[in-house]
Design a protein around this ligand. Structure first.
Ligand SMILES: [Zn+2]
Length: 287
């Protein structure tokens, strides 16, 4: 069974960029996360994107994830979009589309540009035929554990001319260029290449997706949105808060064995992390 969202990934991101806000992608790391994300989205009247990593599809199973998202979509009055994050290859992405995902990311950033373009274009053709939106990646978005020099960091950033060609030849719906953010926890303040971000948005005309949004200072987020970012991925901050609360409850009440007694407070706590992001991104009161 496929339950369509109230608005597609493409529609929501284009609306965001046009009106100067960004949509949050929050990861579906289990039922408690889904309930927290959807409850806040409803309370704030905000569209949300449910991010699913490949490792999560292996942990939960595609069928369970789609069924969970369907339940949320049927219940919610705002767009709830089920999105595959960092899809590794054409075949895996097709499996996700057939299972019922609304949008997919193909991450061909580790391949040479020609190959990234060729595979991304192939993904876009098949996905669009099924009404599914596609996010592409260019440049290399690092992990914060990577120890990189300034020169190496510069080499990882997306190039404006390449991004322009990439967007034009692939017909993607949104572009995730490496602009200095990284996945995971930051050691220092991330150095976002705002000029490059702005140039890529202007030259491609596509909504920009900012990966590694956890821990980016609020003013940098606002500036990025003003320059063309329409979607921001947040996962680490929710996970850190969830786990902090579980640890706290178990430390304070060592006799607890009912899982709802520690998962429930964690679910409540991440609602506030998500709400803060939604308000910072300006996606509240949109639906
Ligand atoms: Zn990412």
């Amino acid at each position: 069974m496929y339950v369509p969202p109230k608005a597609s990934y493409r529609e929501v991101l284009n609306d965001a960029v046009q009106k100067g806000y960004a949509v949050g992608q929050f990861n579906l790391n289990g039922l408690e996360y889904l309930q927290a994300i959807v409850e806040v989205a409803e309370e704030e009247r905000s569209p949300v994107i449910l991010g699913v990593s490949v490792s999560s599809t292996k942990y939960f199973g595609l069928d369970y994830l789609v069924a969970l998202a369907n339940a949320a979509k049927l219940k919610a009055g705002v767009p709830i979009i089920l999105h595959l994050d960092h899809g590794p290859d054409f075949d895996f992405i097709m499996k996700a589309i057939r299972a019922g995902f609304d949008s997919v990311m193909y991450d061909g950033s580790e391949h040479p540009l020609e190959e990234n373009i060729a595979v991304t274009r192939q993904v876009v053709e098949a996905a669009h035929a099924a009404g599914v939106s596609v996010e592409g990646e260019i440049g290399r978005i690092g992990g914060t554990e990577d120890e990189v020099s300034v020169d190496e960091r510069e080499a990882m950033l997306a190039r404006v001319d390449e991004a322009e060609r990439f967007a034009e030849e692939t017909k993607i719906d949104a572009i995730a260029p490496a602009v200095g953010t990284a996945h995971g926890l930051y050691k220092g303040r991330p150095q976002i290449a705002f000029d490059r971000l702005e140039a890529i948005h202007k030259r491609t005309g596509k909504p920009i997706v900012l990966h590694g949004g956890s821990g980016v200072p609020d003013e940098d987020i606002r500036q990025a949105i003003a320059l063309g970012v329409g979607k921001i991925n947040v996962n680490t901050e929710s996970q850190a808060e969830f786990t902090r609360v579980v640890r706290k409850v178990l430390a304070e009440k060592p006799d607890v064995f009912d899982s709802r007694k520690y998962l429930g407070p964690a679910r409540e706590a991440i609602k506030e992390v998500i709400r803060k992001k939604i308000r910072l991104f300006g996606s509240h009161h949109r639906f």
